[in-house]
Design a protein around this ligand. Structure first.
Ligand code: HMG
Length: 391
């Protein structure tokens, strides 16, 4: 097997949910100064699911355009990364496999480690492709983030799924080695099985994230990683977009480099456009930052992009990708903007009502109202089973 075989992201697509609450509306109703949301955390709106949307419907909607463009013949593995799973046993990706009409000769697995697991899935996929360069792996990150009402985390909710086809000779981004890794046993953010909303120590979570930036970068350097000057841009996990600026400042200071606004903007400004209006999509967040960068930045051909993935608890990874020549012909910016632009705005009262609706858990038969405008929906619950269909 050639060790210089290029492996990476061949195609990238994301989708979000059908509803949106603006931060202007949230601030108007909860008495917060809007500048705190727009400037302080860098958020403008958050995606919310309709009653018949969940991580499976988003994941299938994100992956469908990849399957349409490339077929499924070479896909032997589907990995779905999430921390808002719908079942403790069955992998959500099996529903996606079914909705997309994939062959039975495919392994499907789910991965979890807070927001980090999509990056573990990506590296797992790269390893499989290295073993057999004819194979492609479908990696999907899909999450809906929920915090308690009236808590500080509430303004950082959101939802999205990002789907990536990982292959040899990729059209978009070649993944390079090494990776810098950092793990610490911290309780900055977690969600016990009996809760539908996350628990978080807000300030501690920011400190844990920043410690992980420094730790992962230092490990990356120890293992022979590229110097700071080689990077054109940095895609950080964005629980809210200002976090990327805090993170990059930390990285620059770790390197003894100047952290002025112009330097930060040059490295980050093109990465925040999707996340500032979608909100925290946990596992998908860093890949929405990458999609924004590829879709919106000037030509990045042959340039190196830094990627920092963080999952509370915590595990982090810093790695680099090289943008491939001709990548612009394969982008999906129009569809991404359409997914964001077609969401239906809800007012604060409707948002609060939606938050009170929960799916029944008694095993009865329930049809769900057809509300989504997306291509797949959760149609019913029957005998504790979820029934999905093409919408
Ligand atoms: P908070 O206490 O409501 O906000 O919580 P604050 O008072 O810290 O203000 C936020 C920023 O707005 C501050 O800026 C203020 O100065 C500024 P900073 O000091 O940070 O630079 N501000 C204003 N700016 C302009 N005009 C104003 C104004 N007022 C204030 N009038 C917090 C903020 C992020 C803690 C909260 O939203 C939270 O708990 N969020 C959830 C946790 C989170 O996102 N943590 C991030 C790191 S952990 C992570 O990324 C992992 C995660 O994605 C989960 C996973 O891995 O699965 C969360």
């Amino acid at each position: 097997m050639p060790s210089d075989l290029a492996i990476g992201i061949h195609d990238l697509s994301f989708r979000t949910t059908g509803l949106v609450l603006s931060h202007t509306e949230l601030a108007r109703c909860n008495g917060t100064d809007i500048a705190k949301y727009h400037q302080g955390i860098g958020q403008r709106a958050m995606s919310l699911p309709t009653a018949d949307e969940d991580i499976v419907t988003m994941a299938a909607a994100a992956a469908a355009p990849l399957v349409e463009r490339h077929g499924t013949d070479r896909i032997r593995t589907v990995v779905l990364a999430t921390e808002s799973s719908v079942d403790q046993s069955k992998a959500a990706g099996i529903y996606v496999h079914s909705l997309l009409g994939m062959e039975p000769h495919v392994r499907v697995v789910e991965m979890k480690q807070a927001c980090y697991s999509a990056t573990a899935a990506l590296q797992f996929a790269a390893g499989l492709v290295h073993r057999d360069p004819q194979e492609q792996v479908l990696v999907i990150a899909s999450d809906i983030s929920r915090y308690d009402l009236d808590s500080p985390g509430e303004a950082t909710q959101g939802a999205a799924a990002a789907a990536m086809l990982v292959s040899a000779d990729p059209a978009l981004l070649e993944l390079t080695r090494p990776s810098g890794l950092f793990t610490a046993d911290v309780m900055d953010f977690w969600r016990p099985n009996y809760r539908t909303t996350a628990l978080v120590n807000g300030k501690e979570s920011i400190a844990a994230y920043l410690e992980a930036v420094e730790g992962a970068w230092k490990d990356y350097q120890r293992r022979g990683g590229l110097p700071l000057e080689e990077f054109r841009a940095f895609c950080y996990h964005q629980p809210y977009t200002r976090m990327a600026f805090k993170a990059h400042r930390q990285l620059l200071e770790t390197c003894g480099a100047q952290a002025d606004e112009e330097t930060l903007d040059h490295a980050l400004a093109a990465t925040t456009g999707y996340n500032e209006t979608v909100g925290n999509s946990y596992t998908a967040s860093m890949y929405l930052a990458l999609a924004a960068l590829l879709d919106d930045a000037d030509d990045l051909t042959e340039q190196t992009v830094g990627l920092f993935s963080y999952g509370s608890g915590s595990v982090a990874e810093f790695f680099a990708g090289r943008v491939r020549a001709g990548y612009k012909a394969h982008l999906r910016g129009e569809a991404h903007r359409e997914a964001i632009g077609s969401r239906r705005a809800v007012d604060y009262g409707t948002y609060r009502e939606l938050r009170e609706q929960t799916l029944p858990t008694d095993g009865g038969w329930y049809e769900l109202p057809h509300e989504t405008r997306g291509p797949y929906r959760l149609a019913a619950l029957r005998d504790h089973q979820r029934v999905y269909e093409a919408a």
